[in-house]
Design a protein around this ligand. Sequence first.
Ligand SMILES: [Zn+2]
Length: 179
Amino acid sequence: MKAHESPVPRVASRLCAMLALSTLVSTSAAPARAATPSGQTIDGISCDRSEGAIFHIHQHVAISVHGKPLEIPSDIGRPIVAQCLYWIHTHAPGGLVHVEAPKFRTFTLGNFFDIWGEPLAATSVSSARVKRGDLHVFVNGRAYRGDPRKIELSQHTDIAIEAGPPYAKPVPFTDWQGQ
Ligand SMILES: [Zn+2]
């Protein structure tokens, strides 16, 4: 475990409980979404007590909705209620995604969204809904026209998702912080 990979922070549990409550209230009025996973195995990915040490790679995911950034939060894949850590998770906001697994296997962007508990499809990304054809996806700077859920998470895969116009050529992500 490295310095940036602290265990699930206990001090934050009260705050998170409050946030969870407010999320619960706010989502009741929002469009139907998958529930945020609370420790159950998702897509064959379990939520473990410690981080897997066999397969450790990083990706960056950036989402914009009509040109405005949609923040990817910290602690995706770290359900406070279960005090565990999914093999795909975030440690901080900003879109840096960690795959830390006890074994080698293929991980996809769809797996990441499933663990986040947010939708990803041709016409939706997180809370944004767009017309078919209006979700523009880039992988390592190149336009990607396939199913965004199938984008493979490799070391330093740089993914940009633009929901609706105006569209812009994504700025390459380079701030890997030595990871
Ligand atoms: Zn990491």
